[in-house]
Design a protein around this ligand. Structure first.
Ligand code: DLL
Length: 433
């Protein structure tokens, strides 16, 4: 169901007029209130008055995570802290977290966007939403929580973890919608099997999974194991949290970006030149309705593609392809560029392998090596050793043929690779560069 028909199915021309109006307001706001923006706009010889068309957005400078760090914690807020009713933060790999803030109206906007997101993904009033995204500074838990309440669903705010208990609640409460990371959905599916809970006994119908990259093959695995439709949701704290883009349950083909709130661009990450629809590059977002913490041309480092073709669900917003990886997660191994998701797709298409894997990159002398550890299913595991060796060689040669890289494959016993409650960590890079 389309939650916000007027805005989600707006004719392009009207949508673009609305975007221009909102963009101008946002640019005026940050220029007037945030010293950082005033400084970088002045340097680029841009003033709010120079934004006459949507295309003028391209004349504004980019922002990135370093700018947030330099202005840590609240330096990019447009309002004093007493107007800010909520803070969230994402923990980076190093140093201080990235801090974001919301006014009362921002929380309302976000809740409506999340109600829209849930509806687009196939949830509706009357659903029991088991929300297993982490509650706390992470935007996943509370973002989904407010959206599901706004939708009129019954929220079960279990947060991540306590997996066996989640399975019990899922059965006892008759949860119909599951929201968590795709890797945690797998962990839950496994716990169900361990507890002897057949998927037929559950009422689960839909899963809205995101916050980390996952492949189409992973989708199939999750859908089969849980007996549901699984849709992909994309979001990032700096832009708002979850609620930036989601697949529609009707097509499950690309994620609708809520363009009445966010203007997306794709750029070449090296030259910073904007790229046309269809080309792959780095996603950049400008928020046009946020009050406390708007961002202008924020570089996400996420790799995707935009496609404007109308969708059969009736929404007019542009779609983005599922994120294949981040520019900073790209592995360069002996000169070959590789995203972990490419290996994932390949592995999960091979019969007998389970969706639990680990990539270990090392440097031996001057040579980079890649080791792929992946679990096999019980059946393969109980076969004779020889069978395992043959399978290992087969996976190695597929990686070589398809991705052009030599890897050492180690098939491991079921349930030996670490499981995750939130975002999975599947790459260990031991190179000291
Ligand atoms: O992960 C917000 C979120 C919560 C999204 C719940 C979806 C569901 P951050 O912690 O700031 O925010 O992490 C943002 O996660 O730049 C991507 O690299 C990655 N990411 C998020 N969604 C997807 C997805 C939340 N569907 C970072 N596919 C982003 C691939 C994703 N990567």
């Amino acid at each position: 169901m389309i939650w916000d028909e007027e805005f989600e199915s707006m004719p392009r021309e009207a949508l673009e007029a609305l975007q221009l109006y909102r963009l101008r307001k946002t640019v005026e706001r940050v220029y007037a209130t945030v010293p950082f923006y005033r400084e970088v706009f002045d340097k680029a010889k841009m003033t709010p008055a120079k934004i006459k068309t949507l295309d003028d957005l391209k004349r504004l400078p980019f922002t990135n995570k370093t700018d947030l760090r330099d202005n840590y914690p609240f330096g990019l807020f447009t309002l004093p802290l007493h107007e800010v009713v909520r803070i969230h933060a994402s923990s980076g790999t190093t140093g201080k977290p990235t801090v974001v803030g919301y006014t009362r109206r921002d929380i309302d906007t976000w809740s409506s966007l999340m109600a829209r997101t849930l509806s687009c993904g196939g949830a509706k009033k009357g659903d029991v939403v088991q929300n297993a995204y982490g509650y706390g500074l992470f935007t996943g838990g509370l973002g989904f929580h407010y959206g599901a309440e706004k939708l009129g669903a019954t929220v079960v705010p279990v947060s991540g973890g306590n997996t066996r208990r989640q399975v019990m609640l899922m059965e006892d409460f008759g949860s119909t919608v599951l929201t968590c990371t795709p890797s945690y959905a797998l962990t839950l599916a496994e716990a169900m099997a361990d507890a002897g809970v057949d998927k037929e006994r559950l009422k689960l119908r839909v899963g809205i999974f995101g916050a980390e990259p996952w492949s189409q093959s992973m989708r199939q695995q999750v859908e089969t194991k849980l007996g549901i439709d699984a849709v992909d949701i994309y979001g990032i704290s700096e832009v708002i949290g979850p609620g930036v883009a989601v697949e529609c349950i009707e097509a499950k083909n690309g994620l609708h970006i809520f363009e009445d709130h966010f203007i997306p661009e794709i750029i070449d990450p090296d030259t910073e030149e904007p790229l046309p629809y269809g080309e792959e590059g780095e996603l950049v977002f400008t928020t046009i309705t946020k009050e406390a913490f708007p961002v202008i041309r924020y570089r996400t480092k996420d790799i995707s593609r935009l496609f404007p073709e109308p969708c059969r669900c009736g929404r007019t917003h542009v779609r983005m392809e599922r994120v294949s990886g981040r520019t900073d997660d790209m592995l360069i191994i002996r000169g070959v560029n590789l995203f972990p998701s490419q290996i994932e797709s390949l592995l999960l298409d091979i019969e007998g392998l389970e969706p639990h894997y680990l990539l270990i990159v090392r440097r031996e002398g001057t040579m980079d090596t890649l080791e792929v550890q992946i679990e096999v299913n019980e059946q393969v595991f109980t076969d004779e050793i020889k069978g395992l060796e043959v399978l290992e060689k087969r996976v190695e040669s597929q990686i070589k043929d398809i991705l052009g890289i030599s890897a050492k494959v180690r098939l491991v016993e079921p349930k030996t690779i670490q499981r995750f409650e939130g975002k999975a960590k599947r790459v260990i890079d031991e190179r000291k560069i």
